[in-house]
Design a protein. Sequence first.
Length: 251
Amino acid sequence: MIRIGTLQLDVLEVSGIKRGFGFGANRLEVLKGVDLSLDKGELVALMGPSGCGKSTLLNIIGGLLKADSGNIKINLRPSLNYGTKPPNQVIDVRRRGVGWIFQDFHLLDHITSLENVILSLELAGVGSREAEQRAIMAMKKVDLEDRMMFMPNELSGGQQQRVAVARAIAGSRPILLADEPTGNLDVKAGESIISLFKELCSDKQNPISVLMVTHDPILASKADRMLLMRDGITAASDIRSAWGESLEGQT
Ligand SMILES: Nc1ncnc2c1ncn2[C@@H]1O[C@H](COP(=O)(O)OP(=O)(O)OP(=O)(O)O)[C@@H](O)[C@H]1O
Ligand SMILES: [Mg+2]
Protein backbone atom coordinates (compact mmCIF):
# COMPACT_ATOMS: atom_id res chain seq x y z
CA MET A 1 0.00 0.00 0.00
CA ILE A 2 1.31 3.42 -0.83
CA ARG A 3 1.47 5.34 2.43
CA ILE A 4 0.43 8.90 1.80
CA GLY A 5 2.70 11.19 3.76
CA THR A 6 5.88 9.19 3.23
CA LEU A 7 5.53 9.17 -0.53
CA GLN A 8 8.75 11.06 -1.09
CA LEU A 9 10.68 8.27 0.66
CA ASP A 10 9.24 5.41 -1.38
CA VAL A 11 11.80 4.26 -3.88
CA LEU A 12 9.32 1.79 -5.39
CA GLU A 13 5.56 2.19 -5.80
CA VAL A 14 3.56 -0.73 -7.15
CA SER A 15 -0.15 -0.21 -7.68
CA GLY A 16 -2.94 -2.38 -9.00
CA ILE A 17 -0.72 -4.93 -10.72
CA LYS A 18 -2.73 -7.70 -12.39
CA ARG A 19 -1.35 -10.61 -14.36
CA GLY A 20 -2.86 -13.85 -15.60
CA PHE A 21 -1.69 -16.67 -17.84
CA GLY A 22 -3.46 -18.73 -20.51
CA PHE A 23 -6.73 -18.31 -22.37
CA GLY A 24 -10.37 -19.25 -22.04
CA ALA A 25 -11.08 -22.09 -19.63
CA ASN A 26 -7.31 -22.44 -19.03
CA ARG A 27 -6.93 -18.84 -17.92
CA LEU A 28 -5.33 -18.44 -14.51
CA GLU A 29 -5.47 -15.04 -12.82
CA VAL A 30 -2.36 -15.00 -10.66
CA LEU A 31 -1.97 -11.39 -9.54
CA LYS A 32 -5.26 -9.65 -8.88
CA GLY A 33 -4.27 -6.11 -8.01
CA VAL A 34 -1.04 -5.99 -6.04
CA ASP A 35 -0.20 -2.76 -4.19
CA LEU A 36 3.06 -2.36 -2.34
CA SER A 37 5.81 0.12 -1.74
CA LEU A 38 9.41 0.03 -0.62
CA ASP A 39 11.04 2.78 1.38
CA LYS A 40 14.61 3.74 0.79
CA GLY A 41 16.79 1.50 2.93
CA GLU A 42 14.03 -0.98 3.69
CA LEU A 43 14.32 -4.78 3.70
CA VAL A 44 10.93 -6.37 3.01
CA ALA A 45 10.23 -10.11 3.03
CA LEU A 46 7.56 -11.50 0.70
CA MET A 47 6.07 -14.83 1.71
CA GLY A 48 3.24 -16.97 0.43
CA PRO A 49 2.36 -20.48 -0.73
CA SER A 50 4.15 -22.08 -3.66
CA GLY A 51 2.56 -20.99 -6.93
CA CYS A 52 0.85 -17.90 -5.51
CA GLY A 53 2.75 -15.54 -7.81
CA LYS A 54 5.77 -14.24 -5.89
CA SER A 55 8.25 -14.82 -8.73
CA THR A 56 5.73 -13.48 -11.23
CA LEU A 57 5.50 -10.26 -9.22
CA LEU A 58 9.28 -9.93 -8.94
CA ASN A 59 9.66 -10.53 -12.68
CA ILE A 60 7.21 -7.72 -13.39
CA ILE A 61 8.92 -5.33 -10.95
CA GLY A 62 12.27 -6.30 -12.48
CA GLY A 63 11.14 -5.53 -16.01
CA LEU A 64 11.34 -9.12 -17.22
CA LEU A 65 7.59 -9.62 -17.69
CA LYS A 66 4.74 -7.25 -18.45
CA ALA A 67 1.63 -6.93 -16.33
CA ASP A 68 -1.86 -6.98 -17.82
CA SER A 69 -2.65 -3.77 -15.95
CA GLY A 70 -1.33 -1.61 -13.15
CA ASN A 71 1.58 0.76 -12.61
CA ILE A 72 5.08 0.64 -11.22
CA LYS A 73 7.18 3.65 -10.43
CA ILE A 74 10.82 3.76 -9.39
CA ASN A 75 11.65 7.14 -7.95
CA LEU A 76 14.92 7.93 -9.66
CA ARG A 77 15.70 11.09 -11.56
CA PRO A 78 14.21 10.82 -14.09
CA SER A 79 11.69 8.39 -12.62
CA LEU A 80 10.96 5.04 -14.26
CA ASN A 81 7.29 4.38 -15.01
CA TYR A 82 6.23 0.99 -16.32
CA GLY A 83 4.14 -2.07 -15.49
CA THR A 84 2.41 -2.94 -18.74
CA LYS A 85 5.35 -2.14 -20.99
CA PRO A 86 7.00 -5.20 -22.58
CA PRO A 87 10.54 -6.13 -21.46
CA ASN A 88 12.15 -4.59 -24.55
CA GLN A 89 10.79 -1.18 -23.54
CA VAL A 90 12.07 -1.21 -19.97
CA ILE A 91 15.78 -1.66 -20.52
CA ASP A 92 16.31 1.33 -18.20
CA VAL A 93 14.58 -0.51 -15.37
CA ARG A 94 17.09 -3.32 -15.62
CA ARG A 95 20.03 -1.01 -16.21
CA ARG A 96 19.34 1.71 -13.63
CA GLY A 97 16.54 0.45 -11.42
CA VAL A 98 16.86 -3.10 -10.13
CA GLY A 99 19.52 -5.69 -9.47
CA TRP A 100 18.73 -9.39 -9.06
CA ILE A 101 19.74 -12.19 -6.72
CA PHE A 102 18.62 -15.75 -7.48
CA GLN A 103 18.55 -18.96 -5.49
CA ASP A 104 21.25 -20.58 -7.63
CA PHE A 105 23.66 -17.62 -7.87
CA HIS A 106 23.90 -17.57 -11.72
CA LEU A 107 27.66 -16.99 -11.77
CA LEU A 108 29.82 -17.81 -14.78
CA ASP A 109 32.06 -20.74 -13.86
CA HIS A 110 35.10 -20.06 -16.01
CA ILE A 111 36.02 -16.58 -14.86
CA THR A 112 37.03 -15.33 -11.40
CA SER A 113 34.55 -13.92 -8.94
CA LEU A 114 35.87 -10.41 -9.58
CA GLU A 115 35.57 -10.89 -13.35
CA ASN A 116 31.94 -11.93 -12.86
CA VAL A 117 31.24 -8.54 -11.31
CA ILE A 118 33.33 -6.63 -13.87
CA LEU A 119 31.60 -8.36 -16.78
CA SER A 120 28.12 -7.39 -15.63
CA LEU A 121 29.20 -3.74 -15.43
CA GLU A 122 30.80 -3.87 -18.85
CA LEU A 123 27.64 -5.38 -20.29
CA ALA A 124 25.77 -2.40 -18.83
CA GLY A 125 28.07 -0.08 -20.77
CA VAL A 126 30.63 0.86 -18.10
CA GLY A 127 34.22 1.23 -19.40
CA SER A 128 36.74 -1.46 -18.39
CA ARG A 129 38.81 0.65 -16.02
CA GLU A 130 35.85 2.06 -14.12
CA ALA A 131 34.17 -1.36 -14.11
CA GLU A 132 37.20 -2.86 -12.40
CA GLN A 133 37.29 -0.13 -9.74
CA ARG A 134 33.58 -0.41 -9.03
CA ALA A 135 33.75 -4.21 -8.94
CA ILE A 136 36.58 -4.15 -6.40
CA MET A 137 34.58 -1.74 -4.23
CA ALA A 138 31.55 -4.02 -4.41
CA MET A 139 33.64 -7.07 -3.50
CA LYS A 140 34.95 -5.17 -0.47
CA LYS A 141 31.42 -4.28 0.56
CA VAL A 142 30.43 -7.95 0.62
CA ASP A 143 33.61 -8.79 2.54
CA LEU A 144 35.23 -10.87 -0.20
CA GLU A 145 38.33 -8.80 -0.78
CA ASP A 146 40.50 -11.86 -0.23
CA ARG A 147 38.52 -14.09 -2.61
CA MET A 148 38.41 -11.87 -5.69
CA MET A 149 40.73 -14.07 -7.75
CA PHE A 150 38.95 -17.31 -6.82
CA MET A 151 36.84 -19.16 -9.37
CA PRO A 152 33.19 -19.58 -8.29
CA ASN A 153 33.63 -23.33 -7.71
CA GLU A 154 36.44 -22.58 -5.27
CA LEU A 155 34.00 -20.67 -3.06
CA SER A 156 31.38 -21.87 -0.58
CA GLY A 157 27.71 -21.44 -1.47
CA GLY A 158 27.46 -18.48 0.90
CA GLN A 159 30.51 -16.85 -0.68
CA GLN A 160 29.13 -17.44 -4.18
CA GLN A 161 25.92 -15.73 -3.15
CA ARG A 162 28.01 -12.82 -1.84
CA VAL A 163 29.62 -12.51 -5.26
CA ALA A 164 26.12 -12.40 -6.76
CA VAL A 165 25.24 -9.64 -4.27
CA ALA A 166 28.40 -7.74 -5.27
CA ARG A 167 27.38 -8.06 -8.90
CA ALA A 168 23.89 -6.80 -8.13
CA ILE A 169 25.03 -3.75 -6.14
CA ALA A 170 28.03 -2.80 -8.31
CA GLY A 171 25.76 -1.04 -10.79
CA SER A 172 24.43 1.32 -8.06
CA ARG A 173 20.84 0.36 -8.64
CA PRO A 174 18.53 1.43 -5.80
CA ILE A 175 16.48 -1.78 -5.59
CA LEU A 176 17.57 -5.36 -5.11
CA LEU A 177 15.10 -8.14 -5.93
CA ALA A 178 16.00 -11.44 -4.33
CA ASP A 179 14.02 -14.56 -5.26
CA GLU A 180 14.67 -17.13 -2.52
CA PRO A 181 18.28 -15.96 -2.09
CA THR A 182 18.97 -18.39 0.74
CA GLY A 183 17.18 -21.40 -0.76
CA ASN A 184 20.44 -23.22 -1.52
CA LEU A 185 22.30 -22.19 1.62
CA ASP A 186 22.60 -23.70 5.07
CA VAL A 187 21.12 -21.81 8.02
CA LYS A 188 24.32 -19.98 8.94
CA ALA A 189 25.15 -18.87 5.38
CA GLY A 190 21.51 -17.83 4.90
CA GLU A 191 21.62 -15.68 8.02
CA SER A 192 24.82 -14.05 6.88
CA ILE A 193 23.22 -13.09 3.54
CA ILE A 194 20.33 -11.46 5.40
CA SER A 195 22.81 -9.60 7.64
CA LEU A 196 24.58 -8.43 4.50
CA PHE A 197 21.28 -7.17 3.05
CA LYS A 198 20.63 -5.28 6.28
CA GLU A 199 24.08 -3.72 6.15
CA LEU A 200 23.59 -2.62 2.56
CA CYS A 201 20.16 -1.21 3.40
CA SER A 202 21.56 0.87 6.23
CA ASP A 203 24.58 2.16 4.28
CA LYS A 204 24.76 5.87 5.10
CA GLN A 205 25.88 7.04 1.67
CA ASN A 206 24.07 4.76 -0.70
CA PRO A 207 21.34 2.71 0.97
CA ILE A 208 19.58 0.15 -1.19
CA SER A 209 16.11 -1.34 -0.70
CA VAL A 210 15.57 -5.09 -0.84
CA LEU A 211 12.43 -7.05 -1.72
CA MET A 212 13.14 -10.64 -0.82
CA VAL A 213 11.03 -13.74 -1.41
CA THR A 214 11.61 -16.39 1.22
CA HIS A 215 9.92 -19.52 2.52
CA ASP A 216 11.90 -19.26 5.76
CA PRO A 217 9.90 -17.52 8.51
CA ILE A 218 12.95 -17.07 10.73
CA LEU A 219 14.79 -15.16 8.01
CA ALA A 220 11.62 -13.26 7.11
CA SER A 221 11.29 -12.14 10.71
CA LYS A 222 14.66 -10.39 10.43
CA ALA A 223 13.29 -8.09 7.71
CA ASP A 224 11.91 -4.65 8.52
CA ARG A 225 8.51 -5.73 7.29
CA MET A 226 6.76 -8.84 6.03
CA LEU A 227 4.18 -9.12 3.27
CA LEU A 228 2.04 -12.17 2.70
CA MET A 229 0.79 -12.92 -0.79
CA ARG A 230 -2.51 -14.71 -0.85
CA ASP A 231 -5.40 -14.86 -3.28
CA GLY A 232 -3.54 -12.69 -5.76
CA ILE A 233 -2.85 -9.72 -3.50
CA THR A 234 -0.27 -8.82 -0.86
CA ALA A 235 -1.03 -7.74 2.67
CA ALA A 236 1.05 -6.79 5.68
CA SER A 237 1.67 -9.79 7.86
CA ASP A 238 3.06 -10.81 11.20
CA ILE A 239 5.29 -13.84 11.54
CA ARG A 240 2.61 -16.13 12.95
CA SER A 241 0.12 -15.75 10.11
CA ALA A 242 2.84 -15.81 7.43
CA TRP A 243 4.24 -19.02 8.84
CA GLY A 244 0.91 -20.78 9.36
CA GLU A 245 -0.72 -19.80 6.09
CA SER A 246 2.29 -20.42 3.90
CA LEU A 247 2.69 -23.86 5.39
CA GLU A 248 -0.93 -24.75 4.81
CA GLY A 249 -0.59 -23.76 1.17
CA GLN A 250 2.49 -25.85 0.55
CA THR A 251 1.69 -29.21 2.00
N1 LIG B 1 4.94 -18.21 -18.18
C1 LIG B 1 3.92 -18.80 -17.56
N2 LIG B 1 2.95 -19.41 -18.25
C2 LIG B 1 1.90 -19.98 -17.62
N3 LIG B 1 1.75 -19.99 -16.28
C3 LIG B 1 2.69 -19.40 -15.54
C4 LIG B 1 3.82 -18.77 -16.13
N4 LIG B 1 4.60 -18.24 -15.13
C5 LIG B 1 3.95 -18.55 -13.98
N5 LIG B 1 2.82 -19.24 -14.22
C6 LIG B 1 1.87 -19.71 -13.21
O1 LIG B 1 1.63 -18.65 -12.30
C7 LIG B 1 1.50 -19.13 -10.98
C8 LIG B 1 2.49 -18.39 -10.09
O2 LIG B 1 3.82 -18.81 -10.39
P1 LIG B 1 5.08 -18.21 -9.61
O3 LIG B 1 6.28 -18.84 -10.18
O4 LIG B 1 4.99 -16.74 -9.66
O5 LIG B 1 4.81 -18.71 -8.12
P2 LIG B 1 5.71 -18.56 -6.81
O6 LIG B 1 4.86 -17.92 -5.77
O7 LIG B 1 6.99 -17.92 -7.16
O8 LIG B 1 5.95 -20.09 -6.40
P3 LIG B 1 7.23 -20.79 -5.69
O9 LIG B 1 7.15 -20.42 -4.23
O10 LIG B 1 7.01 -22.24 -5.90
O11 LIG B 1 8.47 -20.29 -6.36
C9 LIG B 1 1.74 -20.63 -11.04
O12 LIG B 1 0.49 -21.27 -11.05
C10 LIG B 1 2.45 -20.82 -12.34
O13 LIG B 1 2.17 -22.08 -12.90
MG1 LIG C 1 9.01 -18.53 -7.16
